[in-house]
Design a protein around this ligand. Structure first.
Ligand code: PLP
Length: 284
């Protein structure tokens, strides 16, 4: 069965889905996006994703293409038309089409909305979490507004590619003071040797991950001590456990960083509990 995409008011075959070459998303990455996990046909944490999307648009003075209720309908329809049970829903909104000029268009534009969905094996993600992944540190060369989920992702792409070429699954981004900021498309966590879970504050120029927020709540419910604080690359390497979080990665243990084993080089007990808690949360 061929895939179906939603593009500016129409459901079209994915291969035929196009936008204008004057779309500001294409020209300038003047666009925001969201990625939502679909588990057994249901969108996980949809409302927080919609809140973050609205915030990203507000921060960039971008108009919403439609209200929330019709947007939810389009998402459900894209999932249904693609017959997705487990998958990844992608939503992108740009400022729209305008004659090329860096400043915002002076006459109002119609924001572009595209929605696609692809299959993603959540069972595969959980299976990967049982083994853990390798990561490599890369310099964080991004801008000062990483809290906005914009499609301007070139530094993230370069970091991920560099990590991949070294045999890693993810890049751990490190700022000029040696502190871990986040991953190229994930949030970063460490577990100290005393069992405390540590993750950087979302006030600190990183993306406020939806999975991060859910995991933090689950950890607190499980009486795991959580510290919202930046940690250095060296602290991460000396820690007991490390993991990444994202909608597509859930909680995935990092068992090796820059060729250095984290803990004993296998997923640790705190991470395993969180992987299981998050799996149960998705089912619920
Ligand atoms: N950090 C960055 C830079 C990301 O791009 C993402 C996801 O795309 C995340 C963190 C994780 O966010 P979420 O858990 O909402 O998927």
């Amino acid at each position: 069965m061929s895939r179906v995409a939603y593009v500016n008011g129409a459901y079209v075959p994915h291969d035929e889905a196009v936008v204008s070459i004057d779309d500001r998303g294409y020209q300038f990455a003047d666009a925001v996006y969201e990625g939502v996990t679909v588990r057994k046909g249901q969108m996980v944490d949809l409302e927080p994703h919609l809140d973050r999307l609205a915030r990203s648009m507000r921060e960039l003075a971008m108009a919403a293409p439609m209200e929330r209720a019709p947007m939810r309908f389009v998402f459900r329809e894209v999932i249904r038309r693609n017959r997705i049970s487990d998958g990844f829903l992608y939503i992108q909104i740009s400022r729209g089409v305008a004659r090329r000029d860096h400043a915002f268009p002076t006459t109002p534009t119609v924001p572009s909305l595209i929605v696609t969905c692809k299959r993603l094996s959540i069972d595969g993600v959980i299976a990967r979490a049982a083994k853990g992944v390798k990561a490599f540190s890369e310099s964080d060369i991004r801008w000062g507004r990483c809290d906005i989920k914009s499609t301007s992702l070139l530094p993230n792409i370069l970091a991920k590619q560099a990590a991949k070429e070294k045999g890693g699954f993810e890049a751990v981004l490190v700022d000029s003071d040696g502190y871990v900021t986040e991953g190229s498309s994930t949030n970063m966590w460490m577990v100290r040797t005393d069992g405390t879970l540590v993750t950087r504050s979302t006030d600190d120029n990183i993306l406020p991950g939806i999975t991060r927020a859910t995991l933090k709540k689950l950890a607190e419910e499980m009486q795991i001590k959580v510290e919202t604080k930046a940690f250095t690359l060296e602290e991460a390497k000396a820690g007991a456990e490390m993991f990444l979080s994202s909608s597509t990665g859930c909680a995935t243990p990092i068992v090796e960083l820059d060729g250095h084993k984290i803990g004993d080089g296998t997923p640790g007990p705190v991470t395993k509990r969180l992987v299981e808690a998050y799996r149960a949360y998705m089912e619920a």
